[in-house]
Ligand binder design. Structure first.
Ligand code: FAD
Length: 497
């Protein structure tokens, strides 16, 4: 409540925030987490907590009156529909040159993501975080993150026979015929549960296409891992539907934090001011960067260094589909959780995940989310006339990603005698180059912060999320975000508490 004084305040309840809150609570520190999204613990009128992928409703999107689905069309027809404005789970946040998809709610991106839980190859790690000791990461913190998140690889024998992975086996066959290695991608999905879904002995979730708007059953989001452990400590309070708008030094020590309470229609119902001894920024790459850039520019935290807002990248995300021959159906039943990818990172700067197109009908299409080694980095700026934070990413900056993705798909198309699909992102459009699922950077480790996430100009302020990572992880990012947070919080608890 307003006027309260708390010891530790954590802004955001995604991976970085959950790691920090759990380890602090286990060390005996009381923690208050502030989350702008909903709790996602109560079923709606249909008895389900999360909306279905093919029937988006108000639960599906953050404060929009029309859906903004990543695949915006099918057979050339637009598929977006009107919905009620509501504090839904998936935010399609639009900047001038890119739409950034993010999870909103207690659990952050873990509520909406594909669960792909990938540790980067050690030889790529130096380029990702050059100031971090790789021995510590690969011996201690990556194993810790993987264990806590519940990461496992699909049973390879089941993969060969599962109806819901026919699309992935087609993807593997075509990759291998073009000479590319196909590798299994670990996931946090409960594979035993998926076997039961496929067998019809448990309610369907991944096998029913659930993903972008939440999984009602089998995915181990943070709700089932870190946040469950957090609840068991009894030391952490979580306030959903609360948004932090300001952090500034308090007159008698600590920080004054301004917080807005939101209604489910997105209106501000109350404004609260509290004091916190310590504040962890874990609002995600975009959330943390926007807050810090605003607070520096408007004089709340004027001494933040000039690296704030820099080093942002899209993890090289680019999407595309390919049309297959009629004798290569990808299946009407497709598990939403990708399980394998095509590795051409070393030669072509591209790693393509073989993704589902869970429409419920045969599409004769293969669909891919490719992660590429895109070199472009953008910067967040305060715009005094709109009083908003802008991002200077330009749409043409995706061109290197497209070229890298082509090193895989031009070759596969040549081998197979097939063509790209041009009906998934509009009319006559091949590349999904308008979006990212993987925002990274904006408060880069050892530049905007010290080597452990401390904002050194302001003792007691820390950054703990994907904004620490300079734009690219070479793989899907959440395992690296989790492992880095485990590393940083261990040092911070040992030295600062
Ligand atoms: P987040 O998880 O984004 O958490 C930040 C939280 O802070 C959010 O809950 C947000 O609502 C809250 N917040 C923001 N601003 C404020 C504020 N001012 N006040 C209060 N709260 C605030 N990654 C993978 O590794 N594998 C995948 O398969 C994968 N698939 C993805 C699919 C989709 C559709 C999306 C959107 C993302 C996917 N990702 C995937 C990316 C992954 O989810 C993110 O990298 C990860 O969640 C980032 O973690 P974080 O701790 O930095 O922040």
């Amino acid at each position: 409540s307003s006027g309260a004084r708390v010891s530790v305040l954590v802004i955001g309840s995604g991976y970085g925030g959950s790691v920090a809150a759990l380890r602090l609570a286990q060390a005996g520190v009381d923690v208050h987490m502030i989350e702008m999204g909903m709790a996602w613990d109560t079923p709606g009128a249909d008895g389900k907590i999360f909306a279905h992928t093919t029937k988006p409703d108000e639960r599906s999107f953050w404060l929009r009156t029309k859906t903004k689905q990543p695949l915006s069309s099918f057979l050339g027809f637009p598929i977006d529909r009107d919905i009620q404005r509501y504090t839904g789970i998936l935010d399609a946040e639009e900047f001038a040159g890119i739409t950034v998809y993010q999870g909103r709610g207690v659990g952050g991106g873990s509520l909406v993501n594909g669960g792909m839980a990938v540790t980067p190859k050690r030889e790529n790690f130096r380029a990702i975080l050059p100031s971090v000791n790789p021995d510590e990461m690969y011996n201690v913190y990556y194993p810790r993150a993987n264990a806590e998140l519940g990461v496992h690889t699909i049973d390879p024998a089941w993969f060969e026979v599962a109806e819901c992975y026919q699309y992935a086996r087609v993807g593997r066959k075509q990759a291998q015929r073009s000479g590319f290695p196909f590798v299994f991608v670990p996931n946090v999905y409960d594979w035993d549960y998926m076997k039961q879904e496929q067998a019809g002995t448990a309610p369907r979730s991944a096998v029913a296409g659930e993903l972008l708007y939440g999984n009602n059953y089998g995915k181990k989001s943070l709700q089932k891992t870190y946040l469950k452990q957090i609840a068991a400590t009894g030391r952490v309070t979580i306030s959903p539907l609360h948004r932090v708008t300001s952090v500034t030094p308090a007159p008698r020590g600590g920080y004054t934090v301004e917080i807005e309470q939101l209604t489910t229609a997105g209106a501000v119902s109350t404004t609260k001011t509290i004091t916190a001894d310590t504040v962890f920024f874990a609002a995600g790459s975009v959330g943390t960067s926007k807050l810090l850039v605003k607070l520096k520019a408007t004089g709340a935290l004027p001494n933040l260094n000039s690296e704030i807002g820099k080093g942002w990248g899209d993890n090289g995300n680019v999407m595309c589909g390919r049309a297959n021959h009629i004798w290569d159906p990808t299946g009407t039943l497709q598990a939403s959780v990708p399980t394998g990818g095509i590795d051409n990172w070393a030669a072509g700067g591209a790693f393509a995940e073989v993704a589902p197109l869970p429409t419920g009908i045969e599409t004769w299409a293969s669909f891919y989310l490719t992660l590429t080694n895109n070199p472009h980095r953008a910067r967040f700026h305060w715009n005094p006339s709109t009083k908003q934070v802008d991002l200077d990413w330009q749409k043409v900056w995706k061109q290197p990603s497209i070229e890298m993705a082509k090193t895989i798909f031009h070759k596969i198309n040549a081998t197979e005698g097939t063509i790209y699909r041009s009906d998934l992102f509009g009319v006559n459009t091949i590349w999904g180059d308008h979006l990212t699922y993987h925002p990274l950077g904006g408060a880069v480790l050892n530049k905007a912060t010290d080597n452990y996430g401390r904002l050194v100009e302001y003792p007691g302020l820390y950054v703990m999320d994907g904004s620490l990572i300079p734009g690219n992880t070479s793989v899907n990012p959440f395992v690296t975000i989790t492992a880095l947070a485990e590393r940083n919080i261990e040092e911070i608890i040992a030295s600062d508490f």
